[in-house]
Every structure is written in C-alpha cells, then in structure tokens.
Design a protein around this ligand. Structure first.
Ligand code: WT7
Length: 649
C-alpha cells in the first residue's frame, strides 16, 4: 500500500484521545462555554477588547457574497496597536523579541521601547525616500530584526507591502514586484544559513532588472558579503536609517480605514500565475490577535516561539502581528535547526524558557528522524502548549512531539488554515478540547466551517469525506485576488453557491471533529510550502531542451510530499544524470530551491488521454509504486508500463 493511503487509513483508525488536564483548564484563556458565544457578539467584543481604534467602527460586517467587509467606519493603525500603545501603557521595558542569530552567541534582546525606536527611525527613513500612504513596497529579507521592523514601519506609514520569502528566486521576486507594481524594495546583503551566507541582494538585483517600477532599493548589511550597489537606485539601510529621529511624534501613525489594503501575499494556485492574496487592515488584525491569544493561551509573561519564516503567512500572522498586538514576548531565530548541531532549537527553548512552540509537521518529522536524544540534552519543562501547522500531522509525529518535546504533558494545537484565511480557522483550544492525534478538531468560535458533498449538502458527522468549506465570512478573510476579482470568484466561490471552497478534502467524525485530508486540486505541499504542479511544469518547459513535462507529488516521510517530474526532451537531447541536475537547478532558478523535483524521470512519451490531456493520476500511481489505475482512456497504454519500468530502474 502506498504511504499516503496508509496515512489516511491510520487517520481513520486513530482512536487515542487526550482529554484536557484540569489544572490547565483552570488557568486557560478559553473557558468551557467558549463555543456557545454568538459569533457576531464575539467578534465585536474581541475587536474592542484587543484593538485600539482611532475611530470606533459603526458596523460589524457587510456580506455581499463573496465580498466581505468588517468593522466598517473604524480607523486604526497596525503599528500603533503592535508597538506604540504598549509603550504608552507602561510596557516599554517588556521584551518584544528575543532575537537569536544563527552564529552562536549572536543575540539581541529587543524591548517594546527598542522596537518603537527602531520602527520610528525606519519609518522616518522610508518617508525621506518618498514612501507614504499607499506606496507599494516589496520586502525580501531573512529572519533578522529589520524584518518585523520594516513591516511595522510600513504599517505606520500606511504603505502596503508584499514580503517575498528569501528562498524564492529572482524570477519569483521580480514577477511579484511587477504584479504589484512595487516602487521600493527592502532587502539585505545575504542571510546566514547553516554557517554560510545565502545571498539575497544579487538575486534582488536580477529581480529589479525585471521590475522597472522599482526605483529605490535599501539593503541591510547582515553578513558583510560582497554586493553591487547601483548609483541612484541602491542605498544601505544604515546610511539612511541610523541618523533618523526615534521620537514617535516625529512620525505619527497614519490612521487607516478598516478596509484599506494591508498587504499582499502571493501564493500558488492551480495555474502557473501566483495569486496575489489581498489582506486588509482591521479584520486581519482582530483575527490574528484573537486567535493567537486563545489558541496559544497567551499570558502576560508567556514566552512564545513560532519557528516559521516571516516570509510565509504563518510568520506574518503569528511571528509579527498577532503576538505584537497582544504585547507578547516572542523568540525569533535566524537560521537552520541543525546549526551548529541538531539540538539548536532545544537549546533556544531552554535558554529563554519558552512556553509555546509553533512549527510544522515536516520539522517535527525531521527532529524525529534525528532522534530524541537531541531534545533530551535540554530542559524543556517550560513548554506549556505545542502547535502544528501547514499540513496534516500524522499520528506518529503527533505522539512523538507530545512525548519527547512536550514531556507527555502539553496540549498540541493542530491548527488548520490557509494564506487566504489570514488566521487559524480550525483548531483545538488548550484546556477545553479533547485532543485526537491527527485531527485539527473544531472550528474556532465564530467560524462556520463544514464539509460538503459534491452537491453542496453538508455531510453528516461520521458520514465520510468531502469538500472543506466555510459558510460565513471571518474577520481575517482575504478580500479578493489582486487585480483579478474574476479569478477570486471562480476559484473559491463558484463550486458552491453558499460557501468558500478551501481546496482541501476533510471529514467530520461522530464527535464533530475535523480530519483534514490534503488538497483536492493540483496544489502540492512540500515541507508545508505550497506549490502548484503547473508552476513546476512551466519552469521545466522553460528550459530550452524540455519538450514536455508532467509533475506530480508522491508521499514522503519527511517533507509530506515530494515532487516527481516526468520529462520529455526535445529531439537530440539526452536524459542523463547531468541533465537531471541541470533541470533541477533550472527549477531552482525559476521558482526557488524549494521547488526542485526530488526525482526526474526522462521518457520519450507521457501518458495522454485521447483528447490530449496528461494523465497525472496515472503518473502519481507510478510515482507512488501503486498498481496502475484505469488506463483505458489512454491513447497508448504501453506508455505507462514503459514509465513504470524506467522509474524502477
Ligand atoms: C494548505 C494551505 C497557513 C498555514 C501555512 C500553510 C494545508 C495547513 C494544515 C493542518 C492539514 C493543513 C492545507 C491548506 N494545511 N494547515 N493543520 N492540517 N492541512 O498555508 O501555504 O496557504 O497552505 O496547507 O492543505 O489548504 P498555505
């Protein structure tokens, strides 16, 4: 049986339950009865309790399907909510970030007052360069303090941004800047990765060649690596920022409308063109602050660590905006988990007495593979809540996480959500929920999630799997796709007349708990990163010697899914080990290293239907060593047999 099928049946058979510990319940932020609240009253109360408004909102929401608006009439500023008000409220000396660089002993403690000073200086510098309300800015940074500082400074000025993950290629960064028409780019020379410098500025240079709208680029000096600075366009961060005033009054927080665009996050869809997911100001902030507070049981003295990268939505919502809105003390780590050794994470948790760790199943499985002895070298007794996000967590990894990291004691919150959602939508609440390894359990209060059958009827709990949907808008919901409202409607709102189509399959068990079962479309999930098959195919076909490519994913014990590509070369070109490396690197250049196929199978032909469609389902069977499914619609059934033989050789 293929691994994926095994995992799914393991999920189906999983019967272990972990009821909440009464001691945890007694002190929990979410108390029994939490689910009984009226959703509208809940979101109104949270908005007033958690957020400071310059002008109060006059209407909770407007729902003109599929367009939602929240907190209408309200005016606020995200930077004010995340930084200034905490300093005004006497929390200036509280630690905002324990920042840990990758080189050992390279660390900083940044208080809320320090953060304010850094943000005001950066905002003043940005202003001096011409950035103001509505100016569009791209950010291409690693995990350094300037990353949250930049986002907060842009929020202070009301400048919408797109943060592109540092592992993305010049092409990916360039096309995103073109799509958003960015006028500025903030980057760094290079980033520390496993003891080496991973360049960013030279990639940014190539990207700017593609994106002529970018007129100014600021570069943070982090590693001291060589960079080329273009006259009239490029400036060092320290030259422009260091001399600025850090007096908050010198650069007031711009009052923004609740529905003003806050940022764009590009994400893979089912076609090659990445989707610009639009998040707005108030609903997003209320959504991330509220979920962060209840899901991770945040207390005034909590030390919290989300080990994602700021370049992903997880980092935006749960390293930067949610935690800071709640005046939380967070850990931020620059590098890889195995530098200088495989116990780096556990060393960090012990050093800062972290209470919360939020990471992805792929990381948990990597640590599992390395062995529990690395964790055992450290005192992890400070941990109170463990989180998981990005893909379904297999029960083995769940139990390992709880036993070896959580000391058999901590609740695990398996949080299901998407870039589009902005905030966690389905999750256990620690102290309330009886946990089941592999189940994300229940929709967050005020979130109307359900599972539909093909006809759009809600499947009765216990009655099998279907389409994951959400029936009512939630505050942090994306508002549209940038410059493409048609695609927004088609992708998410066409299949069912009354619900948001998430693109995942799921089932609800007899107790009403949700079990997520992966994507139903051509979106792959590699180490929790979303990539579309078509995107990788386009990158392959972009190579001069590739005639045709078909990409599928197969189950992988560590990364969840791994990419397998079937490639037909043009006449005269030969498949070889060198060609394989060349094509992998080509994909790395076009999209980014995360998209490099794990395997490439060269073939003279690909299995096509008589109408000329590539049969990906069969290729998946081949990739996963399964018995071949129905081949009767194939134009030439011998092609798959041939491929099977090649894949095995
Ligand atoms: C897709 C969204 C927003 C978090 C980072 C990923 C999968 C995410 C879970 C989970 C099962 C999950 C889904 C979803 N996913 N979390 N807890 N259990 N699947 O964001 O890149 O937008 O990907 O990740 O398939 O559709 P994203």
């Amino acid at each position: 049986m293929a691994e994926e099928t095994q995992n799914i049946s393991a999920l189906m058979a999983e019967e272990r339950t972990y009821p909440p510990d009464p001691e945890f319940t007694a002190q929990a932020n979410a108390q029994p009865g939490f689910y009984d609240q009226d959703p509208d009253e809940f979101w109104e109360k949270e908005a007033r309790e958690r957020i400071s408004w310059f002008t109060d909102f006059t209407k909770l929401k407007e729902w003109d399907r599929p367009h939602a608006k929240w907190y209408l009439g309200g005016r606020l500023n995200v930077c004010y909510n995340c930084v200034d008000r905490h300093v005004e409220n006497g929390l200036g000396e509280k630690v905002a970030y324990y920042w840990e660089g990758e080189p050992v002993d390279d660390r900083l403690t940044i208080t809320y007052a320090d953060l304010q000073s850094r943000v005001v200086k950066a905002a003043n510098a940005f202003k001096s360069l011409g950035i103001g309300k509505g100016t569009k800015v791209a950010v291409y940074l690693g995990m350094i303090p300037e990353a949250p500082v930049t986002l907060l400074a842009l929020a202070r000025l009301g400048a919408p941004f797109t943060f592109v993950f540092g592992g993305f290629s010049a092409n990916a960064l360039g096309s995103r800047m073109v799509e958003m028409e960015c006028e500025y780019l903030i980057t760094q020379d290079a980033s520390n990765r496993r003891g080496k410098a991973a360049v960013l500025k030279s990639i940014a240079d190539e990207a700017m060649d593609m994106a002529p709208t970018v007129r100014t680029c600021l570069t943070v000096k982090r590693t001291g690596s060589d960079v080329t600075m273009k006259d009239g366009r490029d400036q060092w961060w320290h030259d422009v920022v260091d001399g600025q005033s850090d007096d908050p009054a010198s650069c007031p927080c711009e009052p923004m409308d609740a529905e003003d665009m806050f940022f764009l996050m590009f994400s893979s869809g089912t076609t090659g063109r990445p989707k610009g997911i639009v998040h707005t100001t108030a609903g997003y902030l209320v959504g991330v602050a509220t979920t962060h507070y209840y899901v991770f049981d945040i207390k005034p003295d909590t030390v919290y660590w989300c080990a994602a990268d700021i370049g992903w939505i997880t980092g935006h919502s749960y390293i930067v905006f949610g935690p800071l809105a709640n005046a939380t003390t967070s850990i931020m780590y620059e590098g890889t988990p195995d530098f200088p050794d495989k116990d780096r994470w556990w060393d960090i948790i012990e050093r800062y007495r972290a209470n919360v760790l939020y990471t992805a199943p792929t990381s948990i499985r990597t640590h599992m593979k390395w062995g529990a002895e690395y964790a055992q070298r450290h005192d992890l007794s400070s941990l109170k809540v463990l989180g998981s996000v990005g893909e379904p967590i297999n029960p083995e990894a769940w139990v390992w996480y709880r036993e070896n990291i959580g000391g058999g004691r901590t609740p695990i919150v398996d949080t299901w959500w998407q870039t589009e959602n902005g905030m966690i939508l389905v999750t256990p609440l620690p102290g309330i929920t009886t946990l089941k390894p592999g189940s994300a359990t229940r929709p967050f209060p005020g979130v109307k999630a359900a599972v539909y059958d093909e006809e759009g009827n809600e499947i009765t709990p216990g009655d099998g799997a279907g389409y994951m949907v959400v029936k009512e808008p939630w505050p942090a919901m994306f508002r549209t796709l940038y410059n493409d409202d048609e695609r927004f409607k088609e992708t998410y709102w066409q299949k069912f007349p009354d619900a948001y189509l998430a693109g995942d399959s799921a089932r609800v068990d007899e107790d009403g708990d949700f079990w997520m079962m992966g994507r139903i479309d051509d979106v792959m999930n590699v180490s929790g990163h979303r990539l579309s098959t078509i995107e990788v195919e386009s990158a392959l076909v972009d190579h001069p010697e590739v005639a045709q490519a078909a990409v599928v994913s197969r189950a992988d014990a560590t990364t969840g899914q791994a990419i397998v590509a079937y490639v037909t070369l043009k006449e005269g070109a030969e498949g070889s080990t060198e060609k394989l490396t060349e094509l992998r690197n080509h994909v790395g250049t076009v999209i980014g290293p995360i998209a490099k196929p794990a395997n490439i199978v060269f073939s003279n032909e690909l299995p096509m239907t008589r109408s000329g469609k590539i049969m990906r389902r069969l290729l998946k069977d081949v990739a996963e060593n399964r018995e071949l499914g129905d081949t009767t619609t194939l134009a030439d059934p011998s092609v798959v047999e041939e491929l099977k033989a090649r894949s095995e050789s």
